[in-house]
Design a protein around this ligand. Structure first.
Ligand SMILES: [Zn+2]
Length: 326
């Protein structure tokens, strides 16, 4: 679309339509997880903002559009973390504010794309607030963020949040079949990616993916067993696979959800169709209440990972909590 491969054409059409009618905000939050090409969508919007033909933006042939497409437009600026820093602190935001006081080189807009919005410190956000409270009329700020809720309410209230939600299965299928024409697991991947097309890249690139799926499936009965020895086994497995704990939790979740939908009478909705016989056994062996409880605990344990809780401890928590809750 207008020179960018994106997944949210209709959403961008609406945004660009508003822009052509002269309606745009000073600050946007482009909210969407990795794998949905939110960054590329922000680049497209920036191109439309700087286009020399506002009624037809992005026209794709004016000098501004060409510079934007080449990544060399002087009025499209990127705000990144400082080298070696885990968060996006106040220094890059101060630099951005200084830059924002300088009028655009070319025409009516100067665009700032803030990647990693979820890593903005509170101090940086408060500095940012000052500029979006009274922004220069030409400045447009785009914060890219997987979850807008991680930003301060005061920032959210002064920006328009554009939600990049997971896309439908047809878009995921098209992406996979065009990029990987020889991939035999298309039906599985479409369901597993759950609306995030580029999630397929990580799966296809990962040589041990099928082995990990097998392992995850074998951990499920241990988590559901109400047995403390099994809880230790689960914890130990996670300890040995700490670097991929989040993916393992996701795999376990898909099996638990599959068992639940099977138990509730909709086996056609399962993701792991290739192991439907084993999921059937899970659905018949464990009560639905226990499956629901395990799903909640796995989701919670995955969140603990984000808070830097030791991986084996999160897994132990999940397995033992399931035991104690029932
Ligand atoms: Zn143009």
């Amino acid at each position: 679309m207008y020179g960018y491969d994106i997944f949210h054409d209709r959403l961008m059409d609406t945004l660009i339509g508003n822009l052509r009618n002269g309606t745009n905000a000073a600050a946007y939050i482009f909210e969407g997880v990795k794998g949905l090409r939110v960054y590329e969508s922000a680049l497209l919007f920036a191109k439309a903002l700087v286009c020399d033909n506002p009624k037809d933006a992005p026209c794709c042939h004016c000098p501004s559009c060409r510079e934007a497409q080449a990544g060399t437009h002087p009025d499209i600026l990127f705000v990144n973390r400082e080298r070696g820093k885990a968060s996006l602190g106040i220094n890059p935001i101060r630099d951005m504010i200084t830059e924002a006081m300088v009028t655009p080189f070319f025409n009516q807009h100067k665009v700032f794309i803030i990647k990693d919005g979820d890593l903005l410190t509170a101090e940086a956000q408060n500095a940012f607030l000052k500029i979006i409270e009274e922004p220069p009329e030409y400045a447009v700020f785009i914060i890219i963020c997987p979850d807008a809720q991680t930003l301060l309410p005061t920032v959210r209230s002064r920006a328009i949040t554009i939600p990049f939600t997971p896309v439908n299965d047809d878009i995921v299928r098209k992406y996979i079949t065009e990029k990987y024409p020889d991939e035999p697991r298309v039906d599985f991947l479409v369901k597993y990616c759950a609306g995030i097309p580029e999630a397929a890249d990580d799966i296809i690139d990962r040589e041990d993916f099928e082995q990990l799926r097998e392992d995850a499936l074998s951990l499920v009965p241990k988590i559901l067993s109400k047995n403390k020895i099994h809880a230790y086994t689960v914890s130990e497995y996670f300890e040995n696979h700490a670097e991929i704990a989040a993916e393992l939790y996701d795999m376990i979740l898909t099996y638990l959800r599959d068992a639940l939908v099977t138990a509730l009478g909709s086996p056609e909705k399962i993701v792991n169709a290739d192991t439907s016989d084993k999921i059937d056994i899970l659905a018949r062996t464990y009560p639905t209440g226990l499956l629901v409880c395990a799903i909640d605990e796995i989701i919670y344990s995955k969140k603990l990972l984000d808070r830097n809780v030791k991986t084996s401890a999160t897994a132990m928590h999940a397995a033992l909590k399931v035991v104690s809750d029932i």
